[in-house]
Design a protein around this ligand. Structure first.
Ligand code: AMP
Ligand code: MG
Length: 417
């Protein structure tokens, strides 16, 4: 386990800015230490445990980038030059002879450069006349030739430790001839929902019941981030039972994550349960939506108690759990970069907190994008997440947005990947 100290989330201020959340996580949370070898087929999204040092050059040999004719650049004149075709080289065949002065070799993309040749004419740029080709003047020396190692040099770092492996990274590893990669083990996360009203989907819905949206939302976001999820179901609003279940869950997991029961209502027992089972630090994060987020450590395992409303869950997951999870996973920091778009709405907000507004994008004739705010603001309105494209991120110090202003846009694809 990534063993945390009880006071690792301790923080003295009244309201924690999002930037400080990320800084505290980076400074105080230690990544899981264990590593394993993953086959490339199973390595998508895993975190590279060590720098990947290239065992070979890429490309492995000098070769042609086009279908055409390999020449000696020194042979080329100021006008057209007539050269004799002496051989034909396809990809996969080794060059059998060199190109002497006055000669060319017909070559195909990926075939090794023959000795003597240093430049390749594209076939569409030359005239073939019987056993000869007429090439035009003006081609640069080395044109259409790919040098060994020009992509990746043998011995260089092809991919750095901490990289969350993407499809193109796995393509790179395969190109270097590898079948497995050393990765960190998956972060183990236990999830609960809390609330007497919360009901398992598929079960009959009682009069005052609400189907559990958050566990599915959280489990899916966690899996996409490469975590190994243990689903521990729905917990009733009962302080004693909660404390026991949280303490149990802490064993064998790196993170225990709950939703609901962290505000100050009568039936909000998660805080007390964490205090009983471990150490609670209550973070008042300067973020909307997302009421206070409970952070804590239970027997060396990180605990995060998210709010109950699904939209608040989504936003606080993206801004608190995601960086925490990536840090536990040993991934390099991945700042969320908001893209500039034009606001199509007017908005007022409090200074000193970051706000996330659910928006849809439309493309204008000039190619720019306008963000339209979803009409329903409520943190429980799930359709406001399914009917929009992403979140407009309004900076901490901003108090007012006028239509036409440039605002930052975070597409959902970025937040859940
Ligand atoms: P709480 O913080 O427990 O008071 O929850 C705030 C709101 O979110 C309440 O309306 C709850 O019914 C709702 N809620 C809590 N947990 C879930 C869940 N797992 N799925 C959907 N809604 C929930
Ligand atoms: Mg509740």
């Amino acid at each position: 386990m990534a063993q945390l100290t009880d006071d690792c989330f301790a923080f003295g201020g009244p309201l924690l800015a999002i930037d400080d959340v990320e800084r505290l996580i980076a400074e105080r949370v230690t990544p899981v230490a264990e590593t394993e070898d993953a086959a490339l087929a199973d390595a998508d999204g895993r975190v590279l445990a060590a720098d990947l040092v290239a065992p070979v050059d890429l490309p492995p040999f000098d070769n042609s980038a086009v279908d055409g004719f390999a020449v000696r650049h020194a042979d080329l004149g100021k006008g057209e030059t007539r050269l004799a075709v002496v051989d034909r080289l396809t990809a996969g065949s080794a060059s059998s002879r060199s190109v002497a002065s006055g000669e060319v070799i017909c070559i195909f993309t990926g075939a090794p450069m023959p000795h003597g040749a240093d430049t390749v004419f594209m076939q569409e740029d030359v005239r073939v006349e019987g056993p000869a080709v007429i090439v035009p003047p003006g081609l640069k020396r080395g044109a259409n030739r790919r040098l060994a190692g020009e992509d990746v040099k043998r011995g260089s770092i092809a991919l750095p430790a901490g990289r969350r492996l993407q499809p193109q990274d796995l393509g790179m590893a395969a190109a270097l001839g590898l079948r497995t990669l050393a990765v960190r083990r998956r972060v183990r996360v236990a999830i609960f929902s809390t609330g007497d009203e919360i009901v398992e989907p598929g079960a009959p819905l009682p009069a005052a019941g609400l189907y559990d949206a958050n566990r599915r939302l959280l489990a899916t976001m966690l899996s996409r981030l490469g975590a190994q999820v243990t689903d521990l179901g729905i917990l009733r609003d009962d302080a004693g039972a909660l404390a026991a279940r949280l303490a149990d869950a802490a064993r064998g997991h790196d993170l225990v994550l709950t939703s609901g029961g962290v505000s100050t209502g009568e039936a909000d027992y998660v805080r007390a349960a964490v205090e009983a089972a471990g150490k609670l630090v209550f973070w008042r994060i300067a973020i909307k939506p997302g009421r206070p987020v409970a952070m804590g450590v239970i027997r060396g395992t990180a605990f995060v108690g998210l709010p109950g409303n699904p939209v608040a869950v989504f936003v606080t997951f993206a801004r608190v759990v995601r960086p925490l999870l990536l840090r536990l996973a040993g991934a390099s920091p991945e700042p969320l970069i908001a893209f500039p778009v034009t606001s199509g709405f007017a908005y007022r907000k409090k200074k000193g907190r970051r706000e996330y507004v659910r928006v849809s994008l439309t493309r204008r004739d000039d190619g720019s994008y306008v963000a339209t705010k979803h009409p329903q603001d409520g943190a429980g309105v799930i359709s406001s997440l399914t009917a929009t494209d992403g979140l407009a991120e309004l900076a901490d110090d901003v108090t007012e947005i006028a239509p036409g202003a440039t605002i930052g846009f975070l597409p959902y694809a970025l937040l859940v990947g």
